[in-house]
Each structure stands twice: as C-alpha cells, then as structure tokens.
Design a protein. Sequence first.
Length: 565
Amino acid sequence: MGSPVILAVDPDPEVLAGIERELRDRYERHYRVICVGSASEARERLAELDASGALLALVLAGGGPDEDPGTLFAEIRRAHPHAKRAMLIGWGQWGYRDAGATILEGIEHGRIDHYVVRPSAPPDEQFHQAVSTFLLEWAEERRSAPYAIHVVGDSWAGRAYELRSVLESCAFPHAFSLADSAEGRTLLGSPPPAELPVVILPDGTTLTNPSDAELTRATGSSIEPEDTEIDLLIVGAGPAGLSAAVYGASEGFRTLVVDTAGIGGQARSSSMIRNYLGFPRGISGALLARQAYEQAWVLGARFVFMQTVTALWAEGDRLAATLTESGEIRARAVVLSTGADYRRLGVPALEALGGAGVFYGGAGSDANRVAGRDVYVLGGANSAGQAALALARYARSVTLVARASSLEAAMSQYLVRQVRAIPNVGIRLGTEIVGGGGNGWLTHLVLRDRATGEEETLPADELFLAIGANPRTDWLPDAIARDDQGFVLTGGDVPHSGGWPLARDPYPLETSMPGVLAVGDVRHGSIKRVASAVGEGSVAIRVLHRLLDAEPETSAAIDVTESPA
C-alpha cells in the first residue's frame, strides 16, 4: 500500500513549486508528496492511487482564472471520505467577500474542510501548522494516531462496547477490531487470549476484560482523590466543569473535579463544533475536552473518575460530599456541573440493541464505521445536525428525523444550511420513531408521521439518538431547589420563601444552598451551547471569590447544617 499521499494542485507553476518545496522538505519521509498543475492531472494521479490501493491523507487545491477546484473536491469526497481537503488561497484573499463566500459554501456542502494560505518564504511555519493539523485529524479518524488504544472483542456489543464507551468518555483515541478479522488476529497474536475482550495500550500492555476502574487507572487517569480537604469541589467534567477547573486552579484554589464517567459531557460526542470562538477550522468535542482537561491539570486541578457523588450537605462553615468509593470530601465551595443524561427513546426493541446499531449521542470517533450503510439520526437540535454531517462523509445515506415541523426551531442556522446542502442527507420532519428491531444488530425502523399517524417500516443499519436530555439532579438534597423538570434554580430564581437561609440575596449562579453554585446544562435557564457553559464556568470562580471573601452569615430561621442522614 505504501506511504499515505499528500496531493497538491495549483495552476500557477511558481506557486506550485513553492508548495512542493515546503511539502517535500517537511513530510516526504513519511508521506508520498504529489504536486500537479491542474484538476485533470490530479484525476489521472488519483486513478493511479485507487488502482494501487494507496491512502489519500490530504488534498490541497487552489484555483485560477480557468480552474475551479470545487468539482475536484466533490469527486475526492465521494471516493476518499477520510481524506482531508483544504482550499489553497493567497495571502490577503480572506478579506474579499467572494473568497469567504466560496469557502463557506464549500464547507456547507461538505466539499472542503477549510482553507490554507499558500506558503511564503521557507520555512513557513503557519502553513505547516495548518497541514499538520489536518494530518493529525486524518490520523485520528483512521485510528492511526499516536497513542491510540486498541480494543479487540468478539462482538460490537456487550462488554467490548462498554469498554469503548469508557475510552470515549475519557476522550482517548481508540480503535476496535473484531477478533476474527485480519487486524484482530494480528493484534491478539498466537495463541490468542482465552478471554475477550482485550485492551491493548500504546506501551504494549494488554488488559484482559478489565473493569472500568482498571481501564481508567491503566490510562493514567485517577480514580482516588489526593486530598479530602479542598477549596473547591466540582461535580461533573463537562465544558462548564472543565472551565471552572481551569479558572479555579489558576486562581490558586485547591480544586477537585469528580465525574462518574470521563470528560466533556455531551459535547464530547460532537464531531465538529464550528461556531466556537477562536477555532476557525472548528474543533471536535473530544479534542476540546482533552485539551481543557490537560490545561486544568497543568494548572493544578485534580480529577477523580469512575466515582459518583451521592450526597451533599452543609457542615458548619464547610460543605461535605460523599463519593461512592472514597467516602467524604470537604470543601469551602461546590460547583454543580453534572449536565444531563441522554433522554431515552423508550422503545424496548431498540433499547435492547444498544451498542449493536443503536447509539445515544453523536457518532464520535466511530463515524467511519458506517461506510456504505444507511443510517438514521433522531433529533432536531445542534447535536443531531453535527452527527448527521459527520456520518454523511461515510454513509451511503443519512436520514435526519425530527419531531418538529422545522429544523430552525432548535438548530443553529449554519448547521441547517449545511445539513440541507449535503446530497446524501435526507430530512423527515414531523416524524417520530416508534419501533424497529433486528437479530443481534439493527435492521429496520418504524417511522410514524405525527400529523397523519401513518407508519412506515424502513431498512436501517444504524440509529443515532440525540433527543434531548434530563438533568442529573436526582441525588441532590431537598435544600437545593429545582424547577418542575429537575433543573437547578440559581440566583434570582431561588425561592426566598422557605428556600434561602441568609439575609443577603443569592449570588449569580448560587443555588438555594449557600456556597453551592450550578453551571452549564444542569442549571435552570441555561443556554445549551458549549461557549455558554464555558462562560458560566469562568463566572463561577468570580462568584467564588465573593463567597469566600465575605463574612460568614447565619440564619436563625433555617438550619443549613443538615446531613444526608
């Protein structure tokens, strides 16, 4: 098969020579660099690559007066869905309206991933930063990224699926192979282990059917707190919790983050977040979570995974919490960022196929598995749109099913435009999924028109569910007030009659239990966007300063030193 290929296309001979120089000097040791001057030449070389079975990693293509790379990009997308595609533009062209519109249209229609500015005098590190970013994304999607973890099992479902979910929740790049596949047999070696599944770590360590805690510990993540007396306890490691951890640790607070799963919350499954400030090419939810975790850890925050906080109460001038495995933790303040759990579909036949064709959340790092398949996405908000776009790169067809009569009701406009522009994405509005099934793997779905009640049975290979969420607040004490749906009331929404024990008003983000803040999706009235959650996490630390700098207050009317007993 040989080395993966970087293909560059530009009609300007001088510009092409500069591109070729930069690419060969930096990447030729590990990649095969091909540079041509026209789309027709590129098609000839691509045909040769297809015949030899070579992998196409990256395509950089620029246009000219008589050369539009759009058609070439569209052909490459169909033939090489894994390949990253970037439009080459000249320095300063981003200021022209037509250039920006062309790039945006290409992204919306799925023809390109983004743009790259043509290189200038060597070495052009800005050019190489863009190229290296694309190559890393390609490697991660191909499961060939550095430090990828391999899971080998006898089935996609069952314990192998659970282990992959643990790795997914911790945002670790990983790959799955069936034991009877060629890759699986190679990984298992001879003789193969007597028990499956196995997890093979980047350093060669092999774990045989490990527990969740054993797998988490083996990846270097902590499952036990270093200290039980801290300044700040953050419950939940989604975007809001990670933001609070970054800002809390940077302000010098002894910070501990506890999460029953891993990092990133629901945002982790987003294949590409394109409207997050500071990431013009977009960023995957998993990468955003991983980088935020590293940032918080370097600043001094500590993390505990695979444990659940089961109780929270006030104890004198401290707050106390109980962890399932480590007992009690005491903190000066608590930030609740537990987010929400995926709302279940409630169709028994489909719930029984969890991990075997039916998945909650986005496609995540498994999007390439659906190559050539007919898949469905149920949901009408941003997470559903992002899942549909990620799956459309590989699937034969993607059908987005939404109960609402329009996508605009809950989906960002940029996503609506992209979803409608992709030719292999169909949209079924005013529709719900009421049945389905399969023999060990999903084979069909039953769709119902909400207006007419008419039902239709359709073949389906996979179903991804993004139908909203319920807040993780069942474990909270009665002293923390919630709305009718279970979301935590904060600030001005906290009821004063029988719900607030102090003379002062609650601070912004503060719950009805003084010293306990709530941020992100778990909070009543929150905006369900990653940027909003991150913002609330940072604001919480400003409120924390006000809490800890203020003189202690008490109330004779209400005793806030209740315990979970």
